[in-house]
Design a protein around this ligand. Structure first.
Ligand SMILES: Nc1ncnc2c1ncn2[C@@H]1O[C@H](COP(=O)(O)OP(=O)(O)OP(=O)(O)O)[C@@H](O)[C@H]1O
Length: 348
């Protein structure tokens, strides 16, 4: 028996929380398909994908903890990395009321993250937020990117955030409410944020701003997977995370790190968006592939996380973004599809 067989055998001893007591043959998490994609590396570290479909946050965290404990007990295993995914909405609570986040008035929080900078994370976050609003949700967008807040440019917002009755006022634009780190500081001056400062500024922008009632708050996290991002993910406990990557190998290595970071804090990865995938000629509209495409989709498949869609490298998108306008045409259709998938997965 290989270590992988031993891990699978150990996981068969963990009951699927939704099948417990059902007395059917599919009562364990391997047979029911909840645990899949077991990978054992040469150093003895084990990775696997755990679906938390239909489970509330407490049940998902409990299941993750038992899976970790069981895998770590298998001889030869040096570390366990559990990637949480959620394909369907959480099971409705007994009262049939939507499950709320820890922030009053905000039903769901979705983080948009990337392992490295410049991959188009903010472009995806802003257009995802607008697409979710067009689908009928009341949506907030928080640009927590302390390194280079680009949401003001993307949405055409200028000036500092207003404070009324001691509360920060998000700006209404393109059918959403938006607030950005860029509206807190002087854009001509460099700001040096230390980790704790950045985390507490972001928490205040979530908890103390006048968002009103929101179906979903989309948070554009800073790029990377350091302590700041980890703390933000831990403190805010988003309902899920969308990872943005370009198709190139180096970006994909970083995307893998981002997936691992969310796994570490028990936040389900809703899927991967491939940006700058192929190139659309601004003259004839023909699509070509100077840097290739499909890398992020293959990587998502390998990690067992959903692939949400691809956006080409398109000068029209850069122009509209720089002019503060949402994506149009085929790009807008991709964002609408990504929004539908994300909305379905978090239960909007
Ligand atoms: N698919 C695309 N086609 C053309 N230009 C794009 C595309 N996606 C993003 N861009 C452009 O690339 C630049 C960087 O995008 P964006 O600010 O969204 O990246 P980011 O990953 O959030 O960067 P940062 O690391 O600064 O946070 C912007 O000028 C944006 O308009």
């Amino acid at each position: 028996m290989t270590v992988k067989d031993d891990v699978a055998a150990a996981l068969r001893g963990v009951a699927d929380p939704l099948r417990q007591g059902a007395g059917d043959a599919a009562g364990d998490i391997v047979t029911s398909g909840r645990a899949a994609g077991i990978v054992v590396k040469a150093d003895g570290s084990v990775g696997l994908v755990l679906s938390v479909d239909g489970l509330d946050r407490t049940a998902a965290e409990r299941l993750q903890a038992s899976v970790e404990a069981v895998v770590n007990r298998v001889p030869g295993v040096t570390a366990a990395r559990i990637i949480l995914t959620a394909d369907r909405a959480s099971a409705p609570a007994a009262t049939a009321r939507p499950v709320a986040t820890t922030v009053p008035g905000i039903r769901k929080i979705v983080a948009v993250a990337s392992g490295k900078g410049g991959v188009g994370k903010s472009t995806v976050a802003a257009n995802l937020a607008i697409a979710l609003a067009r689908a009928g949700n009341s949506v907030g967008l928080l640009d927590a990117d302390i390194y280079g807040p680009s949401v003001p440019t993307l949405l055409g917002i200028s000036g500092r955030a207003r404070i009324d009755d001691g509360k920060l006022q998000p700006v209404a634009v393109h059918g959403i409410k938006a607030l950005s780190m860029g509206m807190m500081t002087d854009p001509t001056k460099a700001v040096i944020w230390r980790g704790p400062m950045a985390s507490s500024a972001m928490l205040q922008m979530v908890e103390k701003a006048d968002w009103g009632a929101l179906d979903v708050l989309v948070i554009d996290l800073p790029p990377g997977t350091g302590d700041i991002q980890l703390t933000m993910a831990q403190k805010l406990k988003p309902d899920g995370a969308v990872i943005v990557s370009t198709p190139q190998d180096l970006a994909l290595i970083d995307a893998r790190r981002a997936v691992a970071m969310f796994a570490e804090v028990g936040v389900p990865v809703l899927g991967v968006v491939e940006n700058m995938s192929g190139y659309v000629c601004p003259h004839c509209g023909e699509a070509s592939d100077p840097f290739g495409h499909g890398g992020a989709e293959a990587e998502a498949l390998a990690m067992g996380v959903p692939f949400l869609g691809r956006i080409p490298l398109d000068i029209a998108l850069r122009r509209s973004s720089d002019a503060g306008a949402p994506a149009t045409g085929a790009n807008a259709a991709v964002f609408a599809a990504v929004a539908a998938a994300v909305g379905g997965r978090v239960g909007l």
